[in-house]
Design a protein around this ligand. Sequence first.
Ligand code: URA
Length: 311
Amino acid sequence: MKKTSTPSTKSAPKAEGEGADRIAKVIARAGLCSRRDAESWIADGRVSLNGKTLESPAVTVKPGDKILVDGKPLPERDRTRLWLFHKPKGTVTTTYDPEGRQTVFDILPEELPRVMTVGRLDINTEGLLLLTNDGGLARVLELPATGWLRRYRVRAHGEVDQAALDKLKDGVAIDGILYGGVEATLDRKQGDNVWLTVGLREGKNREVKNILAYLGLSVNRLIRLSFGPFQLGDLADGTIEEVPRRVLRAQLGDRLSIEAGADFDLREGDRDPVQTRIVEAREGEEPQRRKPARAGARTSRASEAEPPLRA
Ligand code: URA
């Protein structure tokens, strides 16, 4: 029999205690959608609790309460899982694109359970996109307060020097939007372009492009190398790899696990992946380097002229 998500000594403690949680949080944790989506589904009259259609998300639910979305019960909650995906350039980070462009979900393996993305990357951005089956985890990792460093390799048209990049360290306000401290390094110049490494901790819309445009640079290639402790490494373009349970748990630590309401219990018949490209460094520490599978290995879309993707 499948185990339920009843907390055990191995589970992260519950954030809200007493076993009661906001309904939108419970729906998100079931992996159906984000908490915000759940709130709008409730407003649309798509959710019922113990037989009564809800009108407001200001409701808490207890274990045993019967929640239906579009008349169907919530799927049994799986353990909290996280995957690394190498998003190819040209794919849209959305479940449905009204313009009919290819979405990241179109190219994910069919056997993957229902997942959501941790934040978004622009259509022309490539590189590391985290996927999870747990809406609570997605939300916590997206929060600016969580502050995990997102590192990008950037090719931009224009000229800049390190002194100008250093001025971003204390943050910058552009068009009324405040961008927190930006770590930017000039790696090299290549013709009319510069290659930079840029690190930010917030996850605002088009943040790298906007910040570099402020310095007169026009981004023409953007590759996310890492998100917190998770590295793109040599994960091939368009491929996916699960983070082993043990590694995920260690990297989240108690605080984020509790905030996310994560559940790390193995279900019966569950197989934990053992291979990982995660570098087990703590946030802020320099990660260890892993040898590429073959010397000089690159992702299939990388050009000869670019610096290696490794951090
Ligand atoms: N910054 C951007 O400008 N675009 C992205 O996709 C990610 C960060």
